[in-house]
Design a protein around this ligand. Structure first.
Ligand code: ADP
Length: 492
């Protein structure tokens, strides 16, 4: 998981902890404005109650990745709390799933409205705990909220089917019903949107959820959950636990009451969860992150030979203009990486590429701001056998690869176990279709790099995942089909 700043400490209560740690108290000043906000929560949410860890003594610090300041301490939960959350969700499922879609839709709409009316605070919280520039964080709030709004409407469109019967006295139909309790495990790169994209459709169609946000970004998840409570979403419908990831994951996997696991994160953890889900034959939907701090960032840029040099130069010039700094500073386009381990990963990938003949034409080192900051970097002469071209870069490094023909470009693009997003730039209509069809990716952008939206299906192929999120297809992941056959229908 690579959590560099993950410190566990024993305290009597989170309140007492602050009194006993003056240095922590001092460092909390920056976050204090937000801490007084009505959406700032630092405990788990189980059955509608804000709770500490069971034994009440283990907590862990959360840090601002830009400054290293402590911004909160949150309970370090494990199996017991997760099982409590599952029980609450299981109980709540009974009544939540029986509401009409229109009733659930009203709650979700209210939740959406509250998220949007707290956009500023939520955006600040995202920048504070995740580091991305405030403008991007505010964008994430709107993007994240859009899934709640979209699925509030979509819930009312969950039609079943009537199947023409094969015998005269039969009537056959298919019902779509919520799968039950859903376990949702999310990463830190989009602390809000990765949650709403799962929780929106789940709640809309009648499922209840136990969310385990990333340990690096629990505060946004807790704030969103607080707003769900304020929207009147009943206790137990949405629960949040955090702490020991593998213990929480194991509890979710082991419980027969959890009918589905939805996960976004690394391929390694995704595979573990898929294997673990087999024991209770759970449904799984998983999207595995492939690159950088945003899973759909270009991991490799493949450029045609004839324009390679010119492109590299123009591209570096544009990248050079990106301002690096604290996410709260106006004009900053690139914030810190999430932690020091992420910086070390970038360094080791770059080292590997340089040792195999690649050249750095921009950046290539830690930023003078220090800590978790890294210079925007452009690398040329990258070859398919370099780590930079094979695995997730995890940072602000653009490797430029070279191709001659269209076939070769497709071959390079498809030569990977990942398959989330690909982007092509061309003015040729025939090529647009040919290449879009040939790319082994779940999403393709043509002459456009920003393509995620709540109304289109998002998800990868190969080891980039199973299932789709968003769009009318996204809700199917949370529904079971039930075939009903009525016999003896000719009787009077
Ligand atoms: P990364 O840390 O690189 O974003 P991970 O796959 O490690 O990617 O993390 C994604 C999510 O999966 C996080 O919420 C993390 O806590 C969780 N996670 C990590 N290990 C496990 C595990 N063994 N079981 C369940 N969840 C896990």
């Amino acid at each position: 998981m690579g959590v560099a700043r993950f410190s566990l400490f024993k305290i009597a209560s989170s309140h007492l902890h602050r009194m006993h740690h003056p240095s922590a108290l001092r460092q909390m000043s920056f976050a204090s404005g937000l801490q007084n906000s009505t959406i700032f929560r630092s405990q788990g949410l189980i059955g509608g109650q804000w709770v500490a860890a069971h034994d009440g003594i283990w907590n862990f610090f959360r840090f601002n990745p830009s400054t290293g300041e402590i911004i909160a301490d949150v309970p370090f939960m494990g199996r017991r709390e997760t099982n409590d959350a599952i029980s609450s969700a299981y109980q709540a499922f009974n009544s939540w799933s029986k509401l009409t879609a229109a009733e659930r839709s009203k709650y979700l709409r209210k939740w959406y409205d509250l998220i949007m009316s707290h956009k500023e605070e939520l955006g600040q919280l995202i920048t504070l705990e995740q580091g991305k520039p405030l403008k991007e964080a505010l964008g994430e709030v709107s993007y994240g909220a859009s899934f709640i709004e979209f699925f509030a409407e979509e819930a009312k469109q969950v039609y079943g089917d009537i199947i023409p019967a094969t015998l005269a006295d039969r009537r056959l139909f298919v019902l779509k019903q919520p799968v039950g309790v859903v376990g949702a495990i999310t990463p830190w790169n989009f602390p809000l949107a990765m949650i709403t994209r799962k929780v929106g459709p789940a709640l809309a169609c009648g499922c209840t959820v136990v969310v385990k946000p990333s340990e690096l970004t629990p505060l946004t998840a807790l704030a969103a959950a607080e707003l769900a409570l304020q929207a009147g979403i009943p206790p137990g419908v949405l629960n949040v636990v955090m702490g020991n990831a593998s213990d929480i994951g194991d509890a979710l996997l082991a419980s027969p009451q959890v009918r589905k696991i939805t996960f976004t994160g690394s391929t390694a953890v995704g595979k573990k969860l898929m294997a673990g889900a087999a024991g209770t034959v759970k449904r799984i939907a998983a999207k595995f992150r492939n690159s950088g701090q945003t899973c759909v960032c270009a991991n490799r840029v493949i450029v045609q030979e004839g324009i390679y040099e010119k492109f590299a130069e123009a591209f570096s010039k544009a990248v050079q203009n990106l301002q690096v700094g604290d996410g709260f500073t106006e004009g900053v386009a690139q914030g810190p990486l999430i932690n020091e381990a992420a910086v070390q990963k970038v360094e080791s990938f770059l080292q590997d590429a340089l040792s195999k003949g690649a050249k750095v034409i921009l950046g290539g080192k830690r930023h003078s701001l220090g800590m978790t900051f890294y210079e925007p970097t452009v690398v040329t002469d990258v070859k398919s056998d370099m780590l930079l071209a094979r695995e997730e870069v995890f940072g602000p490094v653009a490797p430029l690869l070279r191709f001659k023909t269209e076939e070769e470009a497709i071959c390079i693009a498809n030569d990977t176990n990942a398959g989330l997003a690909a982007y092509i730039f061309t003015n040729n209509v025939q090529r647009t279709w040919r290449v879009s069809e040939a790319l082994e990716y779940g999403l393709v952008g043509v002459n456009e790099g920003i393509i995620s939206t709540e109304v289109a299906p998002f998800g990868g192929v190969k080891q980039s995942g199973l299932g789709r999120e968003g769009s009318k297809y996204g809700i199917d992941e949370y529904l079971e089909l039930k075939y009903v056959c009525l016999g003896d229908m000719n009787r009077k």
